[in-house]
Design a protein around this ligand. Structure first.
Ligand code: SF4
Ligand code: SF4
Length: 298
């Protein structure tokens, strides 16, 4: 299953206004995607549940029956390495990674980075029989990449992987590498946030970031506060689930959470957490989950 270059450009064009891309940025993006070898993205997984990969795959699978995210990324973004989506394995996969990272590449990291025990609790691949840890891989690659993307809350802030007691010393990509990182949080992250951020990078327009390193176009300001956008804002607080009303008394963290979920929604604009009668858990915020627990109040 493949999508055409035109289909992807149509998607990007439709998203251009939302992303704040001007005409020159859109043309630069078109040129980058039209390059025969395509822009290269290397995707590593640290301590992760792979939910962000699943979320990304769902987005494109839902757009069109003939659309497949693996084809999109491999054909148009040149996903040179992704342990879940790539066909290669073992030495062949490692060779692909080395070839890709010898040139210009964007590093995308899903999951937190274990730092205790010399990082030896998380091996990302073997190179000539020697284990390469997530820690050593990201420290090496993040210093040579065009840009570093932290995919999901674990890579952005530690997230679930760094929840107490965190015996493996999981850290965010930025903390583990000391390098500049674009944080694209969410548990999982929204596929539009990932694709939109990559599109902005390829357009030559570095995304403006908020105080937590998140692309402002998706996370910053009053227009992106979950509570302020929530259609239940102003409704009477309900005392139990299953009723339509404000869920603040039940533990909703919408007021402390920045993300455009109420307007963007999930699963191809199907619904979002509060729309499904769940509280907002604050999954895009630094400190999630510990600072937002317990998730539900009696
Ligand atoms: S349900 Fe949550 S996000 Fe919606 S109005 Fe109430 S507190 Fe705010
Ligand atoms: S509504 Fe809240 S918990 Fe749900 S995805 Fe958005 S930020 Fe995360």
């Amino acid at each position: 299953m493949i999508i055409s270059r035109r289909q992807f450009l149509t998607y990007c064009t439709a998203s251009a206004a939302l992303l704040g891309l001007d005409w020159s940025g859109l043309k630069t993006l078109e040129k980058a995607l039209a390059a025969s070898n395509g822009p290269t993205v290397v995707w590593l997984s640290g301590t992760a549940c792979t939910g962000c990969t699943v979320s990304l795959a769902n987005r494109f699978a839902a757009v069109d029956p003939v659309t497949d995210v693996g084809d999109l990324l491999i054909n148009y973004i040149n996903l040179a390495y992704h342990s879940t989506l790539m066909g290669a394995a073992g030495d062949q996969a490692v060779a692909s990674l080395k070839t890709a990272t010898a040139g210009k590449f964007i590093l995308a990291v899903e999951g937190g980075i274990p730092t205790a025990f010399g990082g030896n609790t998380c091996t990302v691949y073997y190179d000539r029989g020697k284990a390469v840890t997530a820690l050593s891989a990201v420290q090496s690659l993040a210093s040579r990449s065009l840009a570093n993307l932290a995919i999901g809350t674990c890579a952005s802030f530690g997230g679930m992987a760094a929840a107490k007691p965190n015996p493996t010393g999981v850290k965010s990509l930025a903390a583990a590498t000391g390098k500049p990182v674009i944080n694209i949080p969410g548990c999982p992250t929204h596929p539009d946030w990932v694709v939109g951020s990559i599109a902005l990078l390829l357009s030559g327009q570095a995304p403006a970031l908020d105080a937590y390193g998140r692309p402002a176009v998706f996370f910053d300001g009053a227009g992106h506060n979950v509570h302020e956008q929530c259609p239940r804002n102003g409704m009477t607080e309900v005392a139990s689930f299953g009723q339509v009303g404000c869920l603040k008394g039940l533990g909703c963290h919408g007021p402390e959470t920045q993300a455009d979920c109420p307007s963007r929604q999930w699963n191809h604009n199907t619904n979002w957490c509060v729309g499904a009668n769940s509280v907002c858990l604050g999954c895009t915020e630094k400190g999630f989950p510990d600072a937002f627990s317990p998730f539900y109040k009696r």
